[in-house]
Design a protein around this ligand. Sequence first.
Ligand code: ATP
Length: 379
Amino acid sequence: MKNIVKKYGDGFPAVNDISIDVADGEFVILVGPSGCGKSTLLRMIVGLEDITSGDMMIGDRRVNDLAPRERNLAMVFQNYALYPHLTVYENIAFPLRLAKADDATVDEKVRAASKTLELDEHLDRKPANLSGGQRQRVAMGRAIVRDADAFLFDEPLSNLDAKLRGQMRSEISRLQKKLGITTVYVTHDQTEAMTLGDRVAVLKRGILQQLATPRELYSNPGNLFVAGFIGSPPMNFLPATVEGTSVELPFGSVEIPADKAEKAAGRGLLIAGIRPEAFEDASVVEESKRASGSTFKATVEVVEWLGSEAFGYIPFEAPPEVQEQLQQLERDLDGETLRTQLVISLDAASKVSEGDEAEIWVDTATMHLFDPSTGENLT
Ligand code: ATP
């Protein structure tokens, strides 16, 4: 995708100058909140939507003006689009029958694909008698027999319950690696994006915010939006003023590494981003580790136990100077409570309970500092 733009009528572009280079065999995820333009972008790749400007290339072919079937891509839809009255065999064979392939070719390709997909024992069944995972594989089988150059998925798991979604996620990941086929996958779910993608493109209002590996997005988010979108529970955002190597936060002052402090020097009020897992009940932090962070005292209002881990909630109020920016971020991220509470992780060994004033340790080395007006990550 080179400088791809999509305008519907005269409005703000649904896709605004996006360039993404997907490598052969790579799994790239397009993720972002509703309306960010991810489906539009996918539909332009497949050819279901006209491209306003820019170049859509597959290999060295410019495909802007090619019809969907001339692009040799296979789209796997949310409901898998299987034919209920046809057997698994005939569902997989469907594109070959359409192309008037002879019976011997059909048989060879269907059997090879169903072997790869471990469907060879179910070829006589109808879709109604298959599990969700098997149906997904039939849909992929249909794409495989066509020898498509790439798979495109549009929110294939969004209708499933959480457990099945988890299973299907690992299934898709496993098959994609096994087949080594280039894949572009659309989702609004950051967990799905982080667990499936070799690289993830985060979109907001038609604009590409960051394109990076899941690890990179998590540890080095380019701006406030990406920082807030990636990670669950989300990153905490706190007003911060940097003086030398100390950062003044609502809970007191903490020390940060000199290289970070340097990048944020002389900038007035900033927004500090700290992930919940960078906090801990100070009483369970080892002495050697304690020195690498800072501690402060706060009242933990709510403790949420999840078995192997827990989260503590500490109320606070963001000052007026950053209210507007955080409010906008809440709208962008669909209603998080960024301005009113700090979320901290607590080790299973922690004895902190609701209402306790506790000493909290924070690993300041992982703190980010954002420019409140541009949202840019300065560190
Ligand atoms: P969702 O997850 O809700 O499907 P999305 O990120 O996939 O959202 P798109 O469906 O690509 O977003 O839509 C991007 C923007 O383009 C939205 O503001 C949407 O309202 C607008 N849009 C999409 N299709 C059309 C259309 N046919 N005509 C006019 N505007 C459209």
